[in-house]
Design a protein around this ligand. Sequence first.
Ligand code: ATP
Length: 225
Amino acid sequence: MDTSASNRRRSIALFGGTFDPVHFGHLRMALELRQALGFDQMRLLPCRQPHHRQSPRASVQQRRDMLTLALEKGGELQLDERELHRAGPTFTVDTLEDLRAELGTEVSISFCMGLDSLLTLPSWHRRERLLQVAHLVVVARPGWRLPEDGEVARLLREHAGTRAQIREEAQGRLLVCEQTPLPISASQIRRLLAQRQSPRFLLPAAVLQYIEDNQLYGITASGGS
Ligand code: ATP
């Protein structure tokens, strides 16, 4: 029996967001992280209702449809819909506990977030639990600066991990990973559409077609992009 294959820990990563709408910045970042860290699976995790910001403009169903169109079946990225089905506020820690219960103790689970999100961590619900159930992978732009004191600085010191440890251990590591984001944002796309300008080449053609067909983000039947 080939024990090396059976000993290898499975690794699953999550990339959360509102995806209102999903665009090439999200897709490239998720793919680059998957490749850089060697994750077996990278799942996009749309949230139902973000806490710190306005409600999404597109409905849960529409955001889900757009992600499904963007991800193509059998591709390198998957969709994880669990937060869309949960009523009430979505807390990352609940999602990660859910996933840990479902996948068991052996699988490596990583939650990926931007450095801006990491800096808000001190206000997250049950944050002390996060690293008990998953790794945190923080994406930072080149030239990033990390805090030197405070809670985030302490977590970075105490939980610092390497790329290899993220795959070899199931949870508990905090890794800062340098990646250059494409200069695209969902708000820029919504703004262009509202101004009747084309966001073409910023997002998958099938997603733009869906937006036009469903007249999302201020598009009207007479004045698409
Ligand atoms: P908005 O413009 O409405 O704030 P957004 O484009 O930033 O939206 P979100 O759904 O809020 O998209 O972001 C989901 C995740 O994707 C976040 O972790 C965010 O940091 C990341 N992200 C957003 N845009 C990019 C991009 N261009 N490149 C890489 N990551 C991105």
